[in-house]
Every structure is written in structure tokens, then in C-alpha cells.
Design a protein around this ligand. Structure first.
Ligand SMILES: Cc1ncc(COP(=O)(O)O)c(C=O)c1O
Length: 429
């Protein structure tokens, strides 16, 4: 709570208050409402003021309607500043800043409710997935379960491992309503299955999967559960101790609003020495003597990190986590849901519109994916950008031929109304 106060205070100090002076009755009012524990009870007027303050924390380019956080998120100005400041700080004394990683790891672990020793820093989500796929020592005919909704970065490492080892991939389709995905995945597990890989939130239609239930079933059956959380981290609350998967993979540059080139890999305590290390070096060891051919790796996930890294990027990630915490991840989640529902209502009447994101609460969050009859995703994506400067992502995965819209905390109703009007215009051409 005190952190949230600091955030609003900072906003006031930077002069943002002046911009909203006419729409709220005063800052003390705003503070009283925005710090109410029950988000749902905040009156609408205060809600939009609150999100306008949040939006102002970002570099906003009014010429561009950016609705593609699922690919890369915008970073708040303070994240960019943190990268620059820590770069200056370290360059002045010409240091790597490695010691800072301990504090940052603690903060990351707290945010996801993990033990710091379960957290490894990677450069992106794909790197985390490769680490798991190549570390699991899969053998010929071992079965890997994947879904048809995985991102190339989540699936390709497994294809590569399967091709090298003779392990077999079994790909299952998901239920577009979201309702039977637990059954679909659980019933696909056989006595040959070694690992189940799925996205917590799919990059295709933004469907939320019952991660905790699937992880529990995997544990019960003695199968590894590897969750791709690239779209979930920063969009919905993620508590890895509660979900309890074997591996949970994330990146810092989407909904986490952190720097590009940051990734987080959670490895459950019980698996810390189950993944083979294909790369080692300075910082991955607890004991090393070249002459004695002695190498003992750290008994923690940081054994998968090695050599000099770009510490300022981790400082930026740390600032991004503080920023999300100041607003509150529950509040960011609710806002994403609110914006996606707002957009759904605007799109539903467009002729030929088919919305591919489940409409029911637990199965969707801040992404809305749709397609329009007789219009390819390429045509819509191109027209939206060329004519209206709206950036969304085309979805070709699983042959969906659709458009994905991401509703982040810096987006607003005005942008979504503009998107709906632009789509109407494209459809009437
Ligand atoms: C579900 C999912 N997994 C993995 C990735 C790859 O992420 P990165 O670029 O951090 O490797 C993405 C990127 O969009 C994604 O959506």
C-alpha cells in the first residue's frame, strides 16, 4: 500500500494532476478511491482518471494506436530511466553489477511467490523453454504433449529435441470455449508421457488454461509439467507456489512491461538438479578447480546462468515489477478484462465477425482475438496499420487466420473505440 501512495504522489509531483483537474474533485478524492481495497467499488469516473495517470507513466505516441503488448509491451518511463541510470552508475566504475542480481532475484521471486533459489534469469521465454527441453534427458519414444496453440518459441525447442532424440510429440487441440481443456490435456497423458507443455494464456486467442489443475494431475501421474507463462506473467496474477508446476517460463518484455532481452525461468525446488546443464561458466558453480577437474554446480536455478550479463536490463525488470506492484496485479488484471469486454461489445455487431476468445470469466483475460468472414488476417492487419496506424498481431498459428488485440494497462476505451470504427470502415470498403 505505501508503494501505491508513492506512485500517485510521484504522478502528482510530475504535474500530471493538472491534466485531470477538471474531471475529478481533487487529489485527496482520487487517493481515497484508488486506494480502496475493493477495485469493483471504485466509481467509474475515478477509474478512468486512475488509468489515465497510469497511461501517463509511459511514452505515449499519439500517432500510433498500439494494441500488441502480447508481442512486446511498452515499458514505463521509469523502466527506461532505470536502465539508463544503472548503465551510467556501472560504467562510471566499470563494473558488471553482478551483486545487484541477488536483490533483483529476491524481488522477482516475491512477485511470483517463489523461493529465490528457484529463479533463473534468461534472455527471453524461448531461452527458458530451450533450457528445459534440452535439459530433460528425453529418450527415444518418450512422449511430449504439446497443444496446437503454442507459440513457435514454446514449441520449436521440443521439435528440435524430438528430432534429436527420437522422442515423440503428441499435439492436442484445445477447446475454443475453454471449458474442457483440463479433460483434453489430462486424457492425453499416457504411460509414455514424460512432459506436458502448455501455455497458461495462449498467444493465439488469449485463452486461460487451468494451470493449477493440470499441474496437479501431472504431479499425480509422475509427468513433468512445463508451463509457458510468457503471456500470463504481468497480465494475470501468477503464484507459482500455488500452481506448483515443474517449470514455469516467462519473459520480461510483454505484460511485465520490462526491458527486451529479459526472461525468467522458474524451476521448482524438487527439480533443481534434474535438468542437465548444457552451458556453465562463472557464477553457475559452487566449487570449481580446473586443475583437479572439479566442478560442483550451485544448488539453485542460477546454476543455469553463466558469465557476464547486462545487469542494467535486470535493473529495468526490477523497476517494472515495482511498477506493477504499485498499481496491483489484481487491478491490472481486472482492467484488462474490462477493456477486452468493452471491445467485445463494440465488435460483436460487425458483419461476419467471429470472436475466438472464450467469453467466460475464468477462460479469458486481456486478449481478444477475432476474425472476419472473407477477410484474411493479412488484409485486416495491413489495412489497420496503413490506413489507421493501429498495431495488432495477425494470428496464423493453428490456421486461425485471425487478429489478436492486447488490452494493456496503458490502453484505453478511446483506442478500442477507434479500432472498432476502423474495422467497420475496412469492412464497408
Ligand atoms: C506463449 C509464448 N511463448 C513464447 C514466446 C516467445 O517469447 P520470447 O520472444 O520472449 O522468447 C511468446 C512470444 O510471443 C509467446 O507468446
Amino acid at each position: 500500500m505505501p508503494k501505491r501512495r508513492e506512485f500517485i504522489k510521484k504522478a502528482i509531483l510530475t504535474g500530471i494532476a493538472a491534466e485531470f483537474g477538471s474531471s475529478i474533485s481533487g487529489w485527496s478524492d482520487l487517493l481515497a478511491h484508488t486506494f480502496h481495497d475493493d477495485y469493483g467499488s471504485i466509481p467509474d469516473i475515478d477509474r478512468s482518471d486512475f488509468w489515465a495517470v497510469v497511461r501517463n507513466e509511459f511514452l505515449v505516441n499519439e500517432q500510433l494506436t498500439y494494441l500488441n503488448t502480447s508481442t512486446v509491451g511498452r515499458s514505463p518511463k521509469r523502466v527506461i530511466e532505470s536502465i539508463v541510470e544503472s548503465t551510467y552508475e556501472l560504467e562510471e566504475v566499470v563494473k558488471t553489477g553482478h551483486k545487484k542480481t541477488t536483490l533483483i532475484r529476491n524481488n522477482v521471486a516475491k512477485f511470483f511467490n517463489a523461493d529465490p533459489k528457484e529463479i533463473a534469469f534468461t534472455v527471453n521465454a524461448t531461452a527458458g523453454m530451450n533450457l528445459v527441453a534440452f535439459g530433460l534427458d528425453l529418450k527415444k519414444d518418450d512422449e511430449i504433449i504439446l497443444t496446437k496453440h503454442e507459440h513457435v518459441g514454446g514449441a520449436m525447442p521440443w521439435t528440435s529435441v524430438a528430432n534429436k532424440t527420437g522422442a515423440k510429440i503428441s499435439t492436442i487441440d484445445l477447446d475454443p470455449t475453454g471449458k474442457t481443456n483440463f479433460d483434453r490435456i489430462a486424457s492425453a497423458i499416457s504411460d509414455k508421457t514424460k512432459v506436458v507443455v502448455f501455455s497458461h494464456v495462449t498467444c493465439t486467442n488469449g485463452m486461460v488454461l487451468p494451470a493449477k489443475e493440470i499441474a496437479a494431475r501431472c504431479k499425480e501421474l509422475g509427468v513433468y509439467c512445463c508451463i509457458d507463462g510468457a503471456q500470463a506473467a504481468g497480465m494475470i496474477p501468477v503464484d507459482v507456489s500455488d500452481i506448483d508446476p515443474d517449470f514455469y517460463i516467462m519473459c520480461g518484455h510483454k505484460w511485465m512491461l520490462g526491458p527486451k532481452g529479459t526472461g525468467i525461468l522458474y524451476i521448482a525446488d524438487r527439480n533443481l538438479n534434474k535438468l542437465e546443464t548444457n552451458h556453465v561458466g562463472a557464477y553457475s558453480d559452487s566449487k570449481y578447480d580446473q586443475n583437479a577437474n572439479l566442478l560442483e554446480l550451485k544448488d539453485e536455478a542460477s546454476r543455469y546462468e553463466f558469465g557476464t550479463r547486462n545487469t542494467p536490463l535486470l535493473c529495468g525488470l526490477n523497476t517494472a515489477i515495482d511498477f506493477i506492484e504499485e498499481i496491483g496485479i489484481d487491478r491490472i488484471h481486472s482492467r484488462g478484462v474490462e477493456l477486452a469486454s468493452f471491445l467485445r461489445a463494440k465488435l460483436i455487431d460487425i458483419e461476419g465477425m467471429e470472436i475466438l476468445t472464450p467469453s467466460e470469466g475464468p477462460y479469458s483475460a486481456s486478449i481478444l482475438t477475432f476474425r472476419i468472414k472473407n477477410r484474411s488476417y493479412q488484409e485486416i492487419q495491413k489495412s489497420l496499420f496503413r490506413k489507421f496506424k493501429i498495431r495488432v498481431r495477425g494470428i496464423y498459428e493453428n490456421e486461425l487466420d485471425a487478429i489478436r488485440v492486447s488490452c494493456a494497462c496503458y490502453n484505453n476505451e478511446e483506442q478500442l473505440t477507434y479500432l472498432a470504427a476502423s474495422l467497420n470502415s475496412i469492412c464497408s470498403d
